[in-house]
Design a protein around this ligand. Structure first.
Ligand code: XUL
Length: 541
């Protein structure tokens, strides 16, 4: 039996998917929800929010404890972990973990009779660590960007402008504010490479895909960029793990997991990567012409890119693709948590929420929301505020439709630089199973959208990546596209087609949305006359 395990440490949970290569499908999925199953850490949606929403941290001990708990679930279900040939994983991107010099020595001699959390309590130089939702480093972004010669030059070097949540600006803030602790830090990991280190029993390298989300790696050479490192913090090179290709074999599983969970000592490890690069594989984007939307805690829009195609406007990102090429990505912080804000405000169930979407008209009678419940990345909004045009906070139906239309109008508006008019967009993430939400996305993008049975595409992608590297290492090479297509074909999927009656309406609404955005964020002209014309044209017949 050729089993492969993919793990995914996301914002709110840790998921494990075990796939059977011969049957080309996933057999078992287990999840640890941080808030529910580890309540002692007191997180809300997996994080701690402070400073008016700007500072968002999580707790690395919680992730460690979740790993032991998750593997216990597999053991209790009598799943033959010894049949697993290879493991890889996925982590929420950009978050950094700060470790002292005892980390490596403790990992080397982990006692299988004790839990990980009992042995790793004292390895951190920071008890909580910033994650991708943090936007407290505007000043540091400016400093790094200036040092690198401005926005365009920062993008050309690192693949993205300096972004608040990216690791480099976060590391710079730590160095500036906690200099002594920075000095005590001997290694700074990403969430992905930190968890990869636990399985490996030593410091794991960072893979090129997730490494690209740091503002520290040179996007063309895929090496640490000395200029970017110098712009960030002193002696940073000494604190960063090595970089490696996402498909390299990095070693065998640590004896701790062999003895405690009965993994085979021959289980090979592939570096963990970011959740979006893993999803790229899990949802089958291994060649040109396919695009995906991921509707999770963050909403993202991404495509596979054959070659570097930078977004010099500064809103998007280029990361490595786990296949070795590139991916383009847009990230929205106001994803599922913004949808939940409206759902909870009116005490709705998801069924009721969907029913409202079904019963309200596309165009929403000209009611437009700019849904910045939390600081936003695209467009950049540091101080959260929700703007409503033509309706109030108490308008139940107006708010439900407006938040969903806003999310996809913004995505269409800002993704033009990577959108090569894909024939079909693949949807993944929790909300991708909601037919009404996806219908609105299809109408706004005027493109077929395919929903899949497996929505944990990051964990699935990690498992698929590990199978590819395992067979490559045994000289039984498999083509990426063949591999991912086989898994996609085994899943049930449904295509949601755009309703062509609304194409023109949404083209107009896109312009209206843009005018509202420009009005609020860039002091543009008042959109009211345009909004009135929109209402007249579509709702006052
Ligand atoms: C991507 C990003 C988010 C996180 C969520 O740039 O910040 O999608 O990876 O886990």
């Amino acid at each position: 039996m050729d089993y492969f395990l993919g793990l995914d440490c996301s914002t709110q949970s840790l998921t494990g998917i075990l796939i059977d290569f011969n049957q080309k499908k996933s057999l078992y999925t287990y999840v640890i929800n941080f808030d529910k199953e580890l309540p002692q850490y007191n997180t809300q949606n997996g994080v701690y929010i402070s400073d008016g929403g700007k500072t968002v941290h999580s707790n690395p001990l919680m992730w460690i404890e979740a790993l032991d708990m998750l593997l216990n679930k597999f053991v209790l279900a009598n799943i033959p972990l010894e049949q697993i040939k290879a493991i890889s994983g996925s982590g929420q991107q950009h978050g950094t973990v700060y470790l002292n010099k005892s980390f490596a020595s403790i990992l080397k001699k982990l006692d299988p009779d004790k839990t990980l959390v009992d042995q790793l309590t004292n390895v951190f130089t920071r008890n909580t660590n910033p994650v991708w939702m943090d936007s407290s480093t505007n000043k540091e972004c400016e400093e790094i960007r200036n040092e690198l010669g401005g926005m365009e030059s920062t993008i050309k070097i690192t693949g993205s402008d300096a972004f608040e949540r990216f690791s480099g600006p976060q590391i710079r803030k730590f160095f500036k504010q906690n200099y002594d602790d920075y000095l005590k830090t001997s290694v700074i990991h990403l969430v992905s490479s930190f968890l990869s280190s636990l399985l490996l029993g030593k410091n794991s390298p960072i893979d090129h895909s997730d490494g690209a989300g740091m503002n520290l790696m040179n996007i063309a050479t895929k090496q640490w960029d000395q200029k970017a490192l110098d712009a960030t913090a002193p002696d940073l090179m000494l604190k960063l793990p090595a970089l490696t290709s996402s498909y390299d074999v990095i070693g065998k599983i640590s004896p701790y997991f062999v003895e405690r969970y009965n993994f085979s000592p021959d289980t090979i490890l592939i570096p963990w990567s970011g959740d979006n690069p893993n999803s790229l594989i899990g949802i089958g984007l291994t060649k040109k012409g396919r695009a995906a939307i991921s509707l999770g805690t963050s909403d993202t829009y991404f495509t596979y890119l054959e070659r570097l195609n930078l977004d010099l406007s500064g809103e998007g990102h280029i990361f490595g693709a786990p296949t070795g090429e590139y991916m383009g990505l847009l990230c929205y912080k106001n994803g599922s948590l913004a949808r939940e804000k409206i759902k909870n405000r009116f005490d709705l169930t998801w069924n009721k929420f969907s029913q409202i979407l079904k019963n309200t008209p596309p165009g929403n009678y000209g009611k437009i929301m700019l849904p910045y419940f939390f600081p936003e990345v695209v467009p950049l909004v540091l101080i959260p505020e929700v703007y409503r045009f033509g309706f109030s906070e108490d308008d139940l139906e107006g708010n439900v439709r407006a938040v969903i239309e806003a999310q996809f109008l913004s995505m269409r508006l800002h993704s033009e630089w990577i959108r090569e008019e894909p024939e079909e967009i693949y949807a993944t993430g929790g909300a991708s199973t909601n037919k009404e939400i996806v219908q609105i996305a299809a109408d706004i993008f005027n493109t077929n959208i395919r929903q899949f049975e497996v929505t944990d595409s990051a964990a699935l992608g990690a498992a698929l990546r590990s199978s590819k590297s395992y067979y490559d290492s045994t000289n039984k090479n498999i083509d990426w596209t063949e591999l991912v297509n086989q898994y996609l074909e085994m899943q049930k999927s449904i295509v949601i087609k755009p309703n062509k009656n609304y194409t023109e309406l949404y083209n107009h609404m896109l312009n209206l949305y843009k005018k509202c955005e420009t009005f609020v964020l860039k002091n543009g002209e008042n959109p009211e006359p345009y909004r009135k014309r929109f209402i007249k044209k579509y709702f006052e017949k």
